[in-house]
Every structure is written in C-alpha cells, then in structure tokens.
Ligand binder design. Sequence first.
Ligand code: ADP
Ligand code: MG
Length: 340
Amino acid sequence: ESQLNPSYSFENFLEGDSNRLARNAGIAVANKPGGTSFNPLLIFGGVGLGKTHLAHAIGVDIKDKYPEKTVLYISAEKFTQQYIDSVKKNNRNDFIHFYQIIDVLIIDDVQFLSGKTGTQDVFFHIFNHLHQNGKQVILTSDKAPVDMQDIEQRLLSRFKWGLSAELQTPDFETRVSILKNKLYRDGVEMPEEIVDYVAKHIKSNVRELEGAIISLIAQSSFNKKEITINLAKDIVEKFVKNTKREVSIDYIQKVVSDYFQMDVNTLQSKTRKRHIVQARQLAMFFAKKYTKASLASIGSQIGQRDHATVLHACKTVDNLSSTDKQFRKYVEDLSKKLAL
Ligand code: ADP
Ligand code: MG
C-alpha cells in the first residue's frame, strides 16, 4: 500500500512563479527517481501552499512510470508513531528493515520530528541506507533546513545534500487559475468578477482559497442562492477570520496585548516587570493550546525565547490559574476572546 492519493496529480497542481522550481524539480525526480542530484528533494513552505499535494504528485507519477518500484508516502507523525510502537513491541529491526527496502520514500511534515531524538536517530540510519543505494527520498517541511529547530545537526546536513525548493504564496494570476481549475473540475460556472474577488482577497493559503470557492459552490447549488459579490464578501470574510484565529501566533499575541493594553513589542520585550511577564506567559500558554506550533517555534515567535521558557510559562499559567483568582479571570477572559 503506497498511501498515495491519485487526485493529487501534477496535472492538478497548477504552475506559477511561486512553485515553478519545486514543481519542476518534482517532475525531474519523478522521471528519474534516485537518478538526479535532487536527493533528497525537500519541499518547504507555509501552511496550505501545496506541500502535501506536490509530494503525492511525485509519488503518483513515479508509480505510473515505474510500476515495479515500491513507493511509500507517510506523514512524519505516523512514522514516529510506528517507530514508537515498534520499540514497545520489540521489533525495531523489522521497522528499520521495512523502510530500508523501499525505492521511493516520501515523508511529509518532517518538522514534526523536532525534539524527537529516537525517531530522528532511526530515520538517520534509514536515510543513509536508502541514499547509499540510490533510492529516492522526498521530504516536506514548513521551514527551510536552516530554520529548523531541535533537529540533529547530522540529519539537517543530510537534508541539505539534495535540493531544498520553496513553495511561496501564489501570485494573483496563479490564484485565479487554481480557482478556475477547481470550478472546471467540478463542472461549475461562476462569474469572472466573483472568481477575481475571491482570488484578490485570499492570498496566503491555497486551502483557504479552495475552501471559500467550495462554500460558494455549496451556497449556490444547495441553498440556490445567487452568487453575488456580497455573498462572496461574506464567505471570504468568514474564511479569513476563522482560519486566522485557528493558526496564528501573531493573532494570539495581538489579543493578549490588547487585553492588557500594551503593544506587542512590549509583550515580547526582555523586561521582567511582573504584569508584562504574565502577559507573555499567557500568550505562550494560548499559543501552545490553540496552535500546532512546537515549543521552540512558539518561543522564537514570542520574543526569541527558547522552548524551556515556553514550557515554564505553560506550567506557571496552570499553577497560577488554580491558586490565583484574578489570574484565573485573565485566562477565562482570554479563552473567550480566542475561542472559535
Ligand atoms: P500543505 O501540505 O502545504 O499544507 P496542501 O498540499 O494540503 O498544503 O494543499 C492545500 C490545498 O491546496 C490542497 O487541496 C491542494 O490540492 C491545493 N493546492 C495547493 N497548491 C496548489 C496548486 N499549485 N494548484 C492546485 N491546487 C493547489
Ligand atoms: Mg501538508
């Protein structure tokens, strides 16, 4: 079982300036797996920019051209889970062997391995074995190798051996073509000005872009609503708001600073003034609670602190909210403001 999703093809992955390098490198790898200098091929970029799609597309295309090759797609999270299970069941060697005989190994979201030294260690050995035997490795990550945290140096240096290709946010033209392709595939027609409106207002995430157009399609086909600019406005607004709240550490810092009537720079500053320290700790606590970011990444985004500081902040907030009534009120108020 390759775990590949055939609908994530190259054909459906529209090309633009933002992804040309990564897409073409992917095509080169698919034509000659293990036979290019793009080994490993590491695709990196922000949330919803097409990393998973592109990783699948490479695998799907290889399977098409080389049916005899074993191709495996797996998320780093699942890989980690499998490894932990293998240790528990005392068959770590079987786990390693299983991965060492694969021809094309695709691991999605390798940033998940940060801080997981056991899994990094086993992956290091698997990687070396595959690479030495001319097998292809494809990785995705939310950051470039230079920006990865809590990943062992020897693994990072391996990540840099091949090509690191970035998926950037697509420009307006590309966003329009992605939307039109989606509409075309669904057999739906939509006025040009609506498509332009959506593409103009949703800039930083292709998943949101698609989500908005899917909502519009649903409104028109199930609720029989006429698709007007006003409806598009409503939907775009909801989309941008909801997803921002869900993911952004910036948003959390903004809400916490506003609540304590300070600006974000103050919250991030090095000062030890008690109320500022508390605001900062609350921001870290909510970032841990409401985002998927690692402790290290939260720390670096909230005033360049390390992961131990964030961990300490989370514990402090837990303690204070059970002992200090005023503090508990802060937590409750902020939870309400941040809740979806
Ligand atoms: P990531 O893994 O980077 O978070 P995904 O690969 O899950 O992002 O992509 C999010 C959505 O956007 C998917 O539905 C994907 O098909 C779509 N998408 C991203 N980039 C493109 C593109 N260039 N052309 C068409 N669809 C795209
Ligand atoms: Mg993904």
